[in-house]
Design a protein around this ligand. Structure first.
Ligand SMILES: Cc1ncc(COP(=O)(O)O)c(C=O)c1O
Length: 418
């Protein structure tokens, strides 16, 4: 029988990628042992398993050390990490916070929940992150802060953004939810800005369980503000104060999550390195041979960047292809390559909660002095939303599977190029 290896799998051919384990194998016996130990102690002593305990103290020390930050606080999600970071900055109500328009809503809604107005900045060309120019274009006399996400593990031009922020005297929250382990000239993202926020939910590089997060900063004063913002305004770091001092909620991490997080932190460097090695192979051996896609990793990041590749951005080149991005992606998926056609739900200007803002608080408050009907065009971001697809790269991808991913790209590209 003739082999149909050259026929696309989507047309009945043999898939280029042989079945492989698709699970991320997040947890091992070490995480289980860490949790078991907490239970054993609780059962043996009759004491509770709580929060703000020794596991979290150690987790925060170890997390700060890994990142190279002075201080860290564990919280219960990436969304609450961004909320707590903003709350700790004590922003004036109804002030404006400039934020990149492509991100998770968990990186934007906390601005609104702090009674501030999110102002959408466009992204830099060929990037999901705003650059200094796009941020500066949105700064007004009402701007109180900037939130920048390092989207999909690709460092934004945070040094350029910090220069703009410094010029205007505005603090910066680095939203590193997708970028744990990413660095610029060896320095971790999250340590360039005034304060850094991380997500530690199960889909990210490492997790503390199903959910989790962390906030980092270098100033001790800010650290105490973070602690207060994360725990109902308890007077952490304030001598002689015996009541709560701030209206906020309880965003604490607990001892279970901290114990899991401590084990996961030990795995983080290998997870990031494996993702980087896989992408380095594809970037040198495969992507330059493709006609239908552009791989922009090096070009759309600042010099000295080491992406941590939460997802790999691959730009579709509509002029070079005989089909749509959707069909190209479906062809790759049929070959066995883990692909996402686009960054679903990430374009904030299209979200209903944002589109309906003019009738919602805080936009509709008479205390907001800006134009609540203002439009903030984001053409670069729209182009990225239309043209970028993602390779869902994971750690633990074997060399053989990676080689097969490469073959699948070459096969699909050859069949679908003009
Ligand atoms: C950029 C960004 N910010 C914030 C969040 C919110 O994190 P979490 O899901 O842990 O609340 C996410 C989640 O994906 C994110 O990608």
């Amino acid at each position: 029988m003739m082999s149909n290896a050259n026929e696309l799998a989507i047309r009945g051919g043999e898939p280029a990628v042989k079945p492989y384990p698709t699970g991320r194998f997040h947890f091992g016996v070490e995480e289980k042992a860490a949790v078991d130990a907490l239970f054993d102690e609780a059962i043996g002593t009759g004491n509770a398993i709580g929060y703000n305990g020794p596991q979290e103290t150690e987790f925060c020390k170890e997390f700060a050390e890994y990142i190279g930050a002075g201080y860290a606080d564990g919280v219960n999600s990436g969304t609450t990490a961004v909320f707590v970071a903003l709350k700790a900055l004590d922003l004036p109500p109804f002030s404006e916070v400039v934020v990149g328009c492509v991100t998770d809503c968990g990186g934007v809604m906390p601005i609104v929940m702090n009674n501030c107005i999110p102002i959408m900045a466009d992204t830099a060309p060929d990037s999901f992150a705003p650059g200094p120019e796009q941020i500066e274009a949105r700064i007004t006399e009402r701007t109180s802060a900037i939130v920048v996400a390092h989207v999909s593990g690709y460092p934004a031009d945070i040094e350029g953004i910090m220069a703009v922020a410094k010029k205007h005297g505005i603090p910066v929250v680095e939203d590193c939810a997708q970028a744990l382990g990413a660095r610029i000239h060896g320095k971790h993202v999250g340590t360039f800005g005034t304060i850094g926020a991380f997500s530690l939910m199960f889909g990210k590089h490492i997790c503390t369980g199903g959910q989790g997060g962390a906030v980092v900063c270098n100033s001790q004063e800010l650290y105490w503000k973070v602690r207060r913002a994360a725990d109902r305004g308890k007077p952490f770091g304030l001598d002689g104060v015996d009541t709560n001092v701030l209206t906020t909620l309880n965003f604490n991490m607990d001892e279970f999550h901290a114990a899991i997080g401590r084990v996961q932190l030990k795995k983080l460097s290998a997870i990031v390195a494996e993702r980087q090695q896989s992408m380095a192979y594809l970037a040198t051996e495969i992507f330059p041979k493709l006609k239908c896609v552009r791989y922009v990793a090096e070009k759309n990041m600042p010099a000295g960047s080491e992406a941590s590749f939460w997802k790999a951005q691959i730009l579709f080149n509509p002029e070079a292809v005989t089909c749509s991005r959707k069909e190209y992606c479906e062809a790759l998926t049929a070959e066995g390559v883990p692909m996402a056609e686009h960054y679903l739900f990430a374009f904030m200007p299209k979200h209903r909660w944002y589109l309906e803002r003019s009738n919602a608080f805080p936009w509709n408050s008479p205390q907001y002095l800006g134009d609540r009907f203002a439009e903030y065009p984001c053409p670069n971001a729209q182009k990225m939303m239309d043209e970028c697809m993602f390779l869902l790269i994971q750690e633990h991808t074997s060399e053989e599977t990676l080689r097969q991913f490469g073959e699948a790209f070459l096969k699909v590209d050859k069949a679908l190029a003009k």
